[in-house]
Design a protein around this ligand. Structure first.
Ligand SMILES: [Mg+2]
Length: 216
């Protein structure tokens, strides 16, 4: 399968959005946060180029190994019921729930080992929230993509206008805080980048491979 094209497309969209954003914001207001914008786009392009080194079968085996570690914990945690508790799992999207760098098609295929875990949880009443650095312009296609491959989407967080000025890890942490404010207990946070998982606000974190940043 061809890899990376979708990632590059997203990076270009983000870059274009950032360029428009930079023009729209008054000069004084954009001075401080503007340094973060080109970093995000550049990192995505670099990751897409380097991802050519990663083998699909190896990636799937590595993902499966992490989900096999998560499974016993989730089975036990989901079975532990506390009155009034609303359980949630937070997922990253690219190269976590969907085969982004390996799935150049639309809709993108589900990342099967992660879908298996998600289905186990959603079938038992756990809410699934998806937190992505994808820009808001991709919200509709992303929501459709997740649902058509089998995920139950209780909430999808994409980056809005002001989020483009924030550090990705800080943005993602803020969304988990928002999910908690809605009354959910986040029993697990699953992603493939360090920025998906840092910042707390989850009982457990599970790190899928990014091969030193090669997979977005
Ligand atoms: Mg990712």
């Amino acid at each position: 399968m061809t890899r990376g094209t979708w990632t590059r497309r997203i990076a270009l969209t983000a870059a274009a959005t950032a360029a428009v954003t930079a023009m729209a914001v008054p000069a004084g207001a954009q001075a401080a946060p503007a340094t973060g914008i080109p970093t995000v786009a550049t990192a995505s392009v670099t990751a897409a180029a380097a991802a050519e080194d990663v083998d699909y079968a190896t990636w799937q085996a590595d993902v499966r190994a992490v989900m096999d570690q998560a499974r016993p914990y989730l089975e036990q945690r989901i079975a532990t019921t506390t009155p009034g508790e609303k359980k949630a799992i937070v997922f990253d999207i690219d190269n976590t729930t969907l085969e982004t760098d390996f799935g150049f098609s639309y809709p993108q295929p589900a990342n099967k080992p992660v879908l298996d875990i998600a289905k186990y949880a959603q079938d038992r009443g756990v809410a699934l929230f998806f937190v992505t650095a994808r820009p808001g312009i991709l919200s509709g296609v992303t929501d459709y993509n997740l649902k058509v491959v089998g995920y139950k989407v209780n909430g999808l967080y994409v980056r809005g206008f002001l989020d483009l000025f924030k550090d990705v890890a800080a943005y993602k942490t803020a969304q988990r805080v928002d999910i908690e404010k809605k009354g959910y207990t986040i029993i697990a946070n699953i992603g493939n980048s360090a920025t998906d998982l840092s910042g707390g606000h989850a009982e457990k974190t599970y790190k899928l491979p990014d091969y030193d940043g090669q997979l977005s």
